[in-house]
Design a protein around this ligand. Structure first.
Ligand code: AMP
Ligand code: MG
Length: 332
């Protein structure tokens, strides 16, 4: 299959919308990461998403819509607290889980009785969704298990030749997947941290359960939690304590070392050092791209500096630990 590269012009977005309405697969930018879209109401189109990504069929998809009215046919009801979240955080990086209506195919929700919904803020995404007029199921547009794509070139690398088109909208502003909150039960539950922070959610809702770490033996509330994610090719370790000291002590034991750092400093010559940024927002938007670029270099091992878990760092740290398969080392 020849994958069309599309711009964000009205003409190209109309083309992308036609492809989606015809059952095709189109990757498009959002403020979180690039999504791989298909008609959410077509079982055949949705199944082709799982095939293209190599995604396990028990991992449900997020359905994207461009206006509040489009939510109503998809869900049993919109409880007042969920409506409040939509009013405050939509359009934006918040996915809300509600009890679903039968019109949503089982393959979208992996057989669950709930559906995940989001109205993205990215203008290109919103324009495209408006042109489609149908709800669009869209997981991250990467091969399953790889770091999520924050540039069109990441999508082309993973899925070129397997999907109909890619809309190139430049770099995703947030760079991490959406926050996922389950509003289908009595107590709201945070299933995945993201651009809308835990602090912002508790300010609006009061107590919010934290259900994004998979405890041994428990069935996770969000099926995606149980899979290894975001993994680069080389083994990745999160470093606690004095980062520069740890790297200087340990890098000489290897041939070539990848370093993901929040601080500038003197590192041994065999290190490829990628700077994560000056601010937590930059850490978030650079992490996946850095993991991907270290994949292209011939690296034996990657060391990444640990961070705190307030604000957006909760999400960045969650992805970093997942990418590392929870491998942590310490300088002391
Ligand atoms: P992705 O689209 O790749 O960003 O992944 C979507 C995430 O949302 C995965 O972690 C899914 O497990 C989660 N998700 C989607 N729908 C549901 C649902 N109905 N209940 C719980 N988690 C969901
Ligand atoms: Mg994903």
């Amino acid at each position: 299959m020849n994958t069309l590269m599309l711009t964000t012009s009205d003409e190209d977005l109309a083309r992308a919308a036609e492809l989606l309405k015809g059952g095709g697969l189109v990757a498009f930018p959002t403020e979180t990461v690039y999504g791989l879209g298909a008609n959410a109401l077509s079982e055949r189109a949705v199944k082709s998403i799982f095939e293209a990504k190599g995604r396990p069929s028990d991992n449900p998809l997020i359905v994207h819509i461009a206006c509040f009215e489009a939510v109503l046919p998809l869900v049993e009801a919109v409880p007042p607290a969920a409506k409040l979240l939509m009013d405050i955080f939509w359009p934006g990086p918040l996915t809300i889980i509600l009890k679903k209506n039968p019109v949503v195919p089982d393959c979208v929700t992996a057989g669950l009785d709930t559906v995940a919904l989001r109205m993205p803020k990215n203008e290109v995404a919103l324009k495209l969704l408006k042109k489609c007029t149908i709800p669009i199921a869209a997981p991250s547009a990467n091969s399953s298990g790889k770091p999520s794509p924050t540039l069109a070139s990441h999508v082309a690398h993973d899925l070129g030749g397997r999907i109909d088109a890619i809309v190139d909208g430049g770099k995703c502003s947030i760079g991490l997947e959406s926050t996922v909150i389950d509003m289908s039960r009595e107590v709201p539950a945070l299933l995945r941290p993201g651009g809308v922070t835990y602090e912002q959610l508790t300010e609006v809702l009061g107590p919010v359960e934290r259900c994004f770490e998979c405890k041994n033996g428990e069935t996770p509330r969000s099926p995606g939690i149980k899979y290894r994610h975001y993994a680069p090719r080389a083994p990745l370790f999160v470093v606690r304590g004095n980062f520069i000291e740890y790297i200087n002590e340990n890098a000489p034991k290897y041939n070539k070392v990848g370093v993901i750092s929040q601080v500038a400093g003197e590192f041994p010559e065999n290190c490829v050092v990628l700077y994560l940024g000056d601010r937590p927002e930059e850490y978030a938007s650079n992490l996946f791209a850095h993991l991907r670029s270290l994949d292209r270099a011939d690296i034996d091992v990657i060391f990444a500096q640990d961070m705190d878990d307030t604000g957006i760092n909760l999400a960045t740290r969650n992805r970093l630990y997942k990418a590392a398969g929870n491998n942590v080392v310490s300088s002391d």
